[in-house]
Design a protein around this ligand. Structure first.
Ligand code: SF4
Length: 318
């Protein structure tokens, strides 16, 4: 597989005024291969969504580079060069309730992108929107209805149609199921999986649910307080996590099987995730890590290979 996306030292800080800066993501580097699904996990506040949005240019980068098929993406999303790439990189948002314009019909919402990008005439875009409604499991007759007439799962299907009608190659799925009822989560994940396979999409799948990430992903990437701490083949990371944070994150993940859940030794991560405004020196997990050493508070660990599987871990234990 060749690399579709290469991310190098990607950093995004938000200036809060009065000299305070939120270190949302710091110095993140990894590649995403063509047709690969990388699952991105971590607690709330770890910077997962900011990474996805910065990758797509929805936030300007503070530092670092993103390459798309070896072409360096411009620094600013609003440059005409960036717009040239924008169609090929799409996002499916977390909240299907707020991401659809309530004043537009579903047909208008789905057909808007191809018209704005000059891909289709209005008539062609309308026909393609009807076809995409069918592909995501809705009915072309739904074109003239408004978002509020649909359930959460149906609205997320509309969001998927709106993104994929643009024929992107790379899609960031930003917690696409976390706002949905448990009963419809698997249906939406299965739809995304089917479309990824049939269209040959490359996905960054951001989620809280580690079992779901394991189910859909080729590799799993783990973030903590704006840093990437572990990345590798999904089963290796899930069943044999190496970074102490990944170990507690996976041990505290509820098992879907109630019997396994009963037998599981309860493990929780002590303390709260630190503030991204006052990022500690050295390893960012040191204050909560059961294996922290003196060196951990002084020296920032870098990602390095720890086995033959291609797994990388940022921890002084390796
Ligand atoms: Fe724990 Fe040190 Fe590894 Fe950080 S570098 S995870 S503090 S052992």
């Amino acid at each position: 597989m060749s690399e579709l996306i290469r991310i190098r030292s990607l950093t995004k800080h938000f200036d809060m005024g009065r000299g305070q800066r939120v270190h949302a993501i710091d110095n993140i580097s990894f590649d995403i291969a063509e047709r690969e699904i990388v699952g991105l996990v971590g607690e709330s506040g770890s910077g997962k969504s900011t990474l996805g949005k910065t990758l797509l240019g929805l936030h300007d980068k503070t530092a670092g580079e993103v390459y798309y098929r070896d072409e360096l993406l411009p620094q600013h999303y609003h440059s005409s060069d960036y717009r040239r790439h924008a169609r090929r990189m799409q996002m499916i948002f977390q909240d299907p309730y707020s991401s659809l314009n309530p004043r537009m019909t579903v047909g208008e919402i789905i057909a808007e992108g191809p018209r704005l990008h000059g891909m289709m005439t209005a008539a062609q875009a309308r026909e393609a929107a009807g076809e995409w409604l069918r592909r995501v499991g809705l009915h072309p007759d739904h074109m003239s209805r408004y978002p509020h007439e649909f359930s959460g799962g149906q609205r997320q299907r509309i969001g998927i149609a709106r993104a994929l009608i643009l024929e992107p190659e790379f899609v960031v799925c930003d917690e696409p199921i976390s706002a949905l009822d448990v009963s419809v989560q698997a249906q939406v994940v299965n739809l995304l999986s089917e479309l990824q396979a049939s269209l040959g999409l490359t996905l960054l799948f951001i989620a809280h649910d580690l079992s779901m990430v394991r189910y859909v992903s080729d590799r799993m990437a783990v973030m903590y307080l704006g840093s990437l701490v572990e990345i590798g083949p999904v089963d290796e990371v899930y069943f044999e996590p190496r970074h102490p944070y990944t170990q507690v994150l996976i041990a505290s993940n509820p098992e879907p099987d109630p019997e396994s859940e009963r037998q599981r030794v309860s493990t929780s991560i002590r303390g709260e995730i630190s503030s991204p405004v006052n990022v500690p020196e050295g390893c960012r997990f040191a204050a909560r890590c059961p294996r922290a050493m003196e060196e951990c508070r002084r020296v920032t660990p870098v990602l390095k290979p720890v086995d033959e599987s291609g797994r990388l871990v940022a921890c002084h234990l390796y």
